[in-house]
Design a protein. Structure first.
Length: 306
């Protein structure tokens, strides 16, 4: 009995000791494990934080790259779309006459209205073309700039110098004046040669509107050639530059006139037919967009195709 009790006691004691040792071990290991885990996790955490920063940077850089690619792509697409539109539709050549107010005279655009229109072109990224630039753009699609437009003025009124020219300079825009050469230096209502020379030197295209504003369809071929040739030579004498374009007075022309224009050495001729200028509708019968004194800003924008 005694032996049995002793054996039981020893057995229980061993069990207790084993349990105690085991628990202690376990605790130690647990805390060790926890320590390792903790240090590991903080290392991981550190790594993760570091990684997160790197990733963030990378991501934001990638995002930035992506965004800039997108913007580049979009602007390229926009430019290509704009190119495609102007290549297909042609280029708007706006037609003005006098810049000054006169009630019930729709050919005159007030200087205030003209100023607002010029500001609009400047603020909205339009590129005004000289005659040489238009010629290139009509012939070579890659020469078409973004939002091209030509500003043309018929007859050579004095207010083109006193009103239009300062506004063009203010907004850094280019224009073209079709001058009736017989009126130069003859009347205070029309341009004189020093004004023509000054504007030409500045970069305004000075082009022909014939000598006497003749309706070419009513003239013989010889007289057509004479007025086209003489006005060209007269203007070249003043500007010391090649005159490359003519606007048909009152928009009138015929087959003979087209031949005379070509023979006289012009590269382009303009009618008053409404529309965008396009090479395939004839380089000597280019359309224009008439701007009226009564046009609202909405009408002006619509005429630009905006
Ligand atoms: Zn005219």
């Amino acid at each position: 009995m005694k032996k049995n009790i002793l054996t039981q006691f020893i057995g229980i004691s061993i069990l207790v000791i084993v349990v105690i040792i085991g628990t202690g071990c376990n605790n130690n290991q647990k805390s060790n494990n926890a320590r390792v885990l903790l240090s590991n996790s903080s290392a991981i955490e550190n790594q993760e934080v570091k990684g997160e920063v790197d990733n963030d940077l990378l991501l934001s850089e990638q995002k930035e790259q992506y965004e800039s690619n997108k913007i580049f792509h979009k602007s390229k697409q926009k430019q290509e779309k704009s190119l495609k539109v102007y290549k297909e539709k042609g280029i708007p050549v706006l037609m003005y006459h006098s810049i000054g107010f006169e009630p019930k005279n729709d050919l005159k655009v007030s200087k205030e209205k003209f100023e607002v229109q010029m500001k609009y072109l400047k603020d909205n990224g339009y590129t005004t073309l000289t005659m040489e630039e238009l010629y290139k753009a009509l012939n070579y699609a890659e020469e078409i700039p973004e939002k091209p437009v030509v500003l043309s003025f018929d007859d050579g009124y004095r207010d083109n110098y006193t009103e239009a020219y300062p506004a063009l300079k203010r907004y850094d825009l280019k224009g073209t004046i079709f001058v009736i050469t017989d009126l130069i230096d003859k009347s205070s209502a029309y341009l004189n040669s020093s004004q023509i020379k000054e504007m030409s030197d500045y970069g305004i295209s000075i082009e022909s509107h014939t000598v006497y504003h003749e309706e070419l369809n009513l003239l013989s071929y010889d007289r057509q050639f004479k007025t086209l040739n003489r006005s060209k030579k007269d203007l070249e004498g003043i500007t010391n530059k090649e005159i490359i374009a003519v606007a048909y007075p009152v928009g009138k022309y015929n087959e003979k006139a087209i031949k005379a224009v070509s023979e006289a050495g012009y590269k382009m001729a303009f009618t008053t037919k409404y529309g965008f200028a396009k090479k395939n509708s004839g380089i000597f019968t280019l359309s224009r967009i008439r701007i009226n004194g009564s046009d609202s800003m909405e009408t002006f924008k619509a005429k630009l195709g905006a």
